[in-house]
Design a protein around this ligand. Structure first.
Ligand SMILES: *Cc1c(COP(=O)(O)O)cnc(C)c1O
Length: 360
């Protein structure tokens, strides 16, 4: 019997085995077309049907209201760090940023190239909590308010949508989109790089309320101009066809599993089991405020950092891969996206208990 392998990588991350298998079966000949999806014209009827089905399934999973466009773009979430101010912030304008971790820090820095990225709130004393929204210093004239609903590196997640009044709320959902239902109507813009919880790298999904289109500066590169991309069906130039196709398979896998309500139940169960294992031990620790702990990325430290290397080697030998924490935080990080089955989390918990018994 070969031991099961579980990959806890933060991104690019594990994809559902069933999806990879289907992709493999269709790799050389997509549904009798005698072509791989990699070899098809993006404007042909075959790829158009793939693209349309992916969008329809995404809309159904997230219950996207009709007055929102869904775009399948390139340049990653980082590309959108620039696109957001260029599409929403007038020359000389200002936007509010709430910084709860490393990605929010990068987003505000990038915005500063195009105007004022104003720090409306930041978690004090390390990124371990969400500052109380009632204390945020919001500017009623801001072009938008930017938040990072899940900070992938620190493992800090919003469990409630903050109320920012009439200013459009923009959320970097890169590591949490599709992990649970989202009330899209509360946001002006939702965006997510695919390689965490959706599909292969090379694709970024953007959901934008229609009334926010048409505000882009004339200097905005065409490929980053949301209105232009919306009018072109995300095909202003050649899109990221293969990742779009794989993302569509992931959406259909999610629908088969009962959609985002059922994913939320599974994800909450996985996260609670892992945090309980950490909290019930004196050997492992997670510094994040329990009210803001991520369901997707669980960083933890060992009581003795000298044991980190041994932990990583032995966990990998046990089939638990890529548990090394981000270099800025140290320790370990278990990313437990949709594709990580409960058995994988339970295998990690068992390994951690055994390691503590032997070395703690
Ligand atoms: C990974 C990640 C990014 C960066 O994504 P790229 O696709 O590499 O640009 C941005 N924000 C968050 C929250 C992330 O997890």
């Amino acid at each position: 019997m070969t031991q099961p392998i579980y990959n806890f990588s933060a991104g690019p991350a594990m994809l559902p085995a069933a999806v990879l298998k289907e992709v493999q079966e269709e790799l050389l000949d997509w549904q009798g077309s005698h072509m791989s999806v990699m070899e098809m014209s993006h404007r042909g009827k075959q790829f158009m049907s793939i693209a349309e089905q992916a969008e329809a399934d995404l809309r159904s999973l997230l219950k996207v209201p009709d007055n929102y466009k869904v775009l399948f773009l390139q340049g990653g979430a980082t590309g959108q760090f620039s696109a957001i101010p260029m599409n929403l912030m007038p020359e000389g304008g200002s936007a509010d940023y709430v910084v709860t971790g490393s990605w929010g820090k990068k987003a505000i820095k990038e915005a500063g190239k195009y105007g004022t990225g104003r720090l409306a709130a930041q978690a004090e004393g390390g990124f371990t909590h969400i500052p109380d929204p009632s204390a945020w210093d919001l500017d009623a004239n801001a072009a938008y308010v930017h938040i990072t609903p899940n900070e992938t590196i620190e493992g800090v997640e919003y469990h409630q949508i903050p109320d920012v009044g009439d200013v459009p709320l923009v959320g970097d959902f890169s590591s949490t989109l599709m992990s649970r239902p989202v009330d899209v109507s509360k946001y002006g813009v939702i965006y997510a790089g695919a390689q965490k919880n959706i599909g292969p790298a090379g694709l970024v999904i953007l959901i934008v309320r229609e009334d926010l289109l048409g505000r882009a500066r004339s200097t905005c590169p065409s490929v980053l101009n949301w209105q232009g991309q919306a009018e072109a069906g995300s095909m202003l130039n050649t899109p990221s066809c293969f990742p779009w196709y794989v993302a569509g398979k992931v959406f259909s896998w999610l629908l088969d599993r009962g959609g985002l309500e059922s994913m939320a139940e599974i994800n909450q169960r996985k996260a609670e089991a892992l945090y309980a294992a950490i909290d019930n031990s004196d050997f492992y620790a997670n510094p994040v405020d329990p009210a803001a702990r991520s369901w997707m990325n669980v960083p933890f430290t060992l009581a003795d950092a000298e044991l980190d290397a041994t932990f990583l080697k032995e966990s990998a030998d046990a089939g638990l891969l890529t548990l090394k924490g981000h270099r800025s935080v140290g320790g370990m990080r278990a990313s437990i996206y949709n594709a990580m089955p409960e058995e994988g989390v339970n295998a990690l918990i068992d390994f951690m208990a055994d390691f503590e018994r032997r070395k703690g």
